[in-house]
Design a protein around this ligand. Structure first.
Ligand SMILES: [Zn+2]
Length: 691
């Protein structure tokens, strides 16, 4: 257990937009079954910054958690599932009902005082959970439940819980436990500081006239009028950043914007990150592990830090040389413009990549954007999911949400209410800047239906702006929706701590990565990708060209992911006195990425995963290996047919974390997973270019 166990599930960190691969509603009436288990909408959605109501809701759950804890330790006589494990489950349900909503509110609420209250609540519940994880009486009570005769789900949960307690240090002496508790408290504060510094650093550049934006789509230029000072503001957030880096002809504008983006939360977060590394190392060594990386990999599928390093090496061997070959194509293309060019810089990668795809693959990303207006895409994502998983989404019209742009939905299977979700999809000040699914309530069979929120930063949401999306945004949408469905479909389990996306961390991305495959299918796309002016569906030929064009830059894109993964692993796998984060960034960037590093930038200061995922960023490529293998079992000719998705839902998503991920995957595949599909996907990008 550690303070980030209820962190949101993020998308991967964006490479500088090289490949096209992501970074990264219906109505139904009728009675609701199992009404007894349906909680009311959470009270913090009051639409006004009413911290008092939120505080009261959290306090009530905290009190209920404490009462369950008292009951649990005071049992006399024989320990049973009913008097011990069920009570522990109740305790955890109430505690997580505080932790998740507080984590969400501190990241999204528009009112800064409300966010501060939520941060405070997070600190309190973290403290409660840390103390719980070190509570010897609770550990002994659970250990005293006779494992004989337990059903498989309960037996696995008991074992896993005891292991997590031991990993927390529950079996250490009093002084050690006290120290562990202090370090965890410190980590909570550092983690909040790291995230807050990133959220609050709203960087931008200004340009003097629309001429500086030449090459950008007209709707972009129109939605960026000059301010009172005559200057046009361009922010480092994705809806500005992505199109500017890809299309702006003015290299200086691209360079200035990337520079600011790469320096978000610098210098303030360098020291915070150093402290995170230091305190985690101290905690890991106190618990008897050689490093934080050794500690944090132990309960993952991968098992050890050495296995993680070996995995990254294995994939590196596959892509490093091809990435250099791809780079030569970039350089040749640049030399058509600048004959004596010696290198392609980072701020030129996305721009030339786009020109190469246009020339060699007949694919123009700008021509595709008009087919992806935000509102149609949103409806499309929900319709596709509804079709393949055979569920219905019903908008809750009168939901009281934390911001007027937020929507709430119910998920039904026939008449049965499975869960609810919230969509918060456009950027605003003070809001979390990445794309993630946040849990709200864990689904617990017979007790509570699952609830979660998607927090993204997509274009649109402003009057008169159609919100034309890049295809990569569409992929991100499918991806995040995948996490949401994992929460909902995996919400009918008995034990709260293993519900929904609470699976091994290096498996959690696989279901979402697999759903991205649906965004490459012409039949699927034609159901919703319709031109925002003419209503014409996206031409099949355009989708085919897009798929071919996506293979270009794939080796570099994977190389970028390996650079991030190595950075993440190698700041946490040694004594912090030997770690200089700038040096680690430089080393792996140089070894893996063919584009030269951008001078005087410090991307680690805003690389949120270095906190949330710490050493285990490898998980994105590891999960992708599994995702590609899972997808190999689907009917690629009939992507909207529900037969296989329904089987997949039942075998892979429904068990959530109540069985080991490797078992769940084996059940679906009928064998252990392997690298074949992943490797052929990587190699697909290495074929000589078409035409
Ligand atoms: Zn994800």
């Amino acid at each position: 257990m550690h303070p980030n166990r209820w962190m949101a599930v993020l998308t991967r960190f964006p490479a500088p937009l090289l490949g096209l691969i992501a970074v990264a509603s219906l109505t139904l009436a009728g009675p609701v079954e199992a009404a007894g288990t349906m909680q009311a909408l959470p009270r913090f959605y009051t639409g006004s910054p009413d911290q008092a109501a939120f505080r009261a809701m959290c306090d009530a759950d905290m009190k209920a958690a404490q009462e369950a804890l008292d009951r649990l330790v005071s049992v006399k006589g024989k320990r049973t599932v009913a008097n011990t494990l069920d009570t522990y489950n109740e305790l955890m349900m109430h505690a997580l009902n505080v932790a998740y909503p507080a984590g969400l509110m501190e990241s999204v609420h528009p009112d800064s005082a409300y966010r501060a209250t939520a941060e405070k609540i997070t600190q309190e519940i973290d403290k409660f959970l840390t103390d719980l994880s070190l509570n010897r009486d609770v550990y002994d009570a659970i250990a005293a439940v006779d494992p004989k005769g337990l059903d498989a789900e309960t037996s696995y949960f008991r074992e896993k819980t005891l292991r997590d307690f031991r990993r927390s240090g529950v079996d250490r002496d009093e002084a050690t436990r006290k120290k562990v508790s202090e370090l965890n408290e410190h980590l909570t504060l550092l983690s909040q500081q790291f995230g807050r510094n990133i959220r609050q650093d709203r960087r931008f550049i200004t340009v003097d006239s629309p001429d500086d934006l030449k090459g950008l789509p007209e709707d972009f230029i129109k939605s960026h009028p000059a301010g009172d000072d005559g200057k046009i503001k361009i922010t480092v957030e994705n809806p500005d950043y992505v199109p500017v880096l890809r299309y702006a002809e003015n290299g200086d504008v691209r360079k200035r914007l990337r520079f600011e983006r790469q320096n978000r939360a610098y210098p303030v977060n360098i020291g915070v990150l150093d402290s995170l590394i230091l305190v985690r190392h101290e905690l890991a060594t106190l618990l008897g592990y050689p490093s934080w990386a050794a500690y944090i990999t132990e309960d993952k599928m991968i098992g050890t830090a050495e296995n993680a390093a070996a995995f990254l090496d294995r994939v590196s061997k596959l892509v490093v040389a091809p990435a250099r070959d791809e780079y030569q194509i970039y350089l040749q293309r640049k030399r058509e413009d600048v004959p004596d060019a010696k290198a392609v810089e980072q701020h030129e990668a996305s721009y030339y990549g786009q020109l190469i795809r246009k020339r060699d693959y007949d694919f123009d990303a700008q021509a595709a954007r008009p087919y992806f207006p935000f509102a149609e895409v949103k409806k499309g994502v929900m319709d596709v999911m509804s079709t393949i998983f055979d569920v219905q989404f019903k908008k809750i019209e009168d939901a009281e949400v934390w911001h007027p742009s937020v929507e709430a939905y119910e998920v039904y299977e026939g008449k049965k209410l499975l869960g609810r979700f919230f969509l918060d999809l456009h950027p605003r000040d003070g809001k979390y800047q990445h794309a993630a699914q946040f849990g709200i309530h864990k689904g617990i069979r017979g007790k509570q239906i699952p609830e979660a929120a998607l927090v993204c930063n997509f274009p649109g949401g402003k009057e008169g702006d159609p919100g034309l999306m890049e295809h990569r945004d569409v992929q991100t949408f499918f991806h995040e929706f995948g996490h949401l469905l994992h929460t909902i479909f995996g919400g009918d389990v008995r034990w709260a701590p293993v519900s929904g996306t609470s699976v091994e961390r290096d498996f959690v991305e696989a279901p979402s990565q697999m759903l991205e495959e649906w965004t490459w299918d012409p039949t699927v796309l034609q159901t919703f990708a319709k031109h925002y002016e003419t209503g014409e569906p996206i031409p099949v030929e355009m989708v085919e060209n897009m798929r071919r064009a996506d293979t270009f830059g794939r080796a570099i894109d994977v190389a970028y992911q390996l650079y991030f993964a190595n950075l993440s692993l190698n700041i946490y796998n040694k004594d912090p006195k030997d770690v200089n984060t700038d040096a680690v960034v430089a080393k792996y960037e140089r070894e893996l990425v063919p584009f030269p590093g951008m001078k005087d930038t410090h991307m680690q200061a805003s690389f949120g995963h270095l906190d949330g995922y710490s050493a285990v960023y490898y998980t994105y490529q590891w999960s992708l290996v599994i995702a590609k293998d899972l997808f190999s079992k689907f009917d690629h000719e009939h992507m909207l047919d529900p037969t296989i998705p329904t089987k997949y839902r039942k075998t892979v998503l429904a068990p959530a974390g109540s069985r080991p991920a490797a078992d769940v995957v084996r059940t679906f595949l009928g064998r252990d997973f392997n690298y074949d599909a992943y490797e052929s996907w990587v190699r697909e990008g290495l074929k000589p270019k078409a035409n």
